[in-house]
Design a protein around this ligand. Structure first.
Ligand code: NAD
Length: 180
């Protein structure tokens, strides 16, 4: 049986890793889909698809886990066609694992079996919280696998995120959206 998990992984954290471990107990083959693959260098999506693939493959290698396919999946601006788009880009799969309500609904409406995975300390293990800590100079490394922390340091990911924050603030200031 082949399973698909799909996410943005901005960045891949210990919650995601626990999901992979759970799913690997149920399937023979695993596909990890990198959603929003076309987006990078934004506050919500700072890392490129290639960087996210490197983070995930290094983290799985470090844990001795096997994932058969890591596939970038760009967004499309038509939710009703998204599942067909995912199917076109991936090897065939029998079951999808996702906690994302929209993804869950779209797969269910296309008749794909969807299974939920338990949440692992979602408040702490969350991309939003990790990116916030990076910007604020707080501890983020303990929330990601060591291999992911190494990749983020190699690509100077924290500096990138802080630069983007600065340029966003400047843009807002120029537009007069927020007061100084
Ligand atoms: P994410 O990286 O936030 O999460 C990935 C998965 O991990 C989700 O299933 C989430 O529930 C799970 N997860 C996160 N933290 C966890 C924790 N602590 N414990 C256990 N599980 C945890 O990614 P996401 O935003 O869910 O990714 C969905 C992707 O699908 C996005 O890229 C989105 O753009 C894409 N999408 C695209 C379309 C379209 O193009 N029309 C439509 C629907 C979805």
């Amino acid at each position: 049986m082949r399973g698909l998990i799909i996410g943005r992984y901005q960045p891949f954290h210990k919650g995601h890793l626990e999901v992979v471990k759970c799913v690997l107990k149920e399937v023979d083959d695993l596909i990890i889909g990198i959603g929003s693959a076309q987006i990078s260098h934004t506050l919500e999506n700072p890392f490129t698809a290639g960087e996210r693939i490197t983070m995930i493959s290094e983290a799985l290698k470090e844990e001795g886990l096997k994932c058969h396919y890591i596939i970038p999946i760009p967004d499309i601006w038509n939710n009703s066609l998204w599942v067909k788009h995912v199917i076109a880009l991936t090897p065939s799969f029998n079951v999808v694992y996702t906690g994302n309500p929209l993804a869950r609904r779209l797969f269910m409406e296309e008749g794909v079996e969807v299974r939920e995975v338990p949440m692992f300390d979602r408040r702490k293990y969350s991309g939003t919280e990790i990116r916030r800590r990076m910007i604020m100079g707080e501890d983020w490394e303990s929330l990601v696998p060591p291999a992911v922390a190494r990749v983020i340091k190699q690509i100077k990911g924290v500096e990138r995120l802080r630069d983007i924050t600065r340029s966003d603030e400047l843009t807002h200031l120029r537009r007069g959206d927020i007061s100084p």
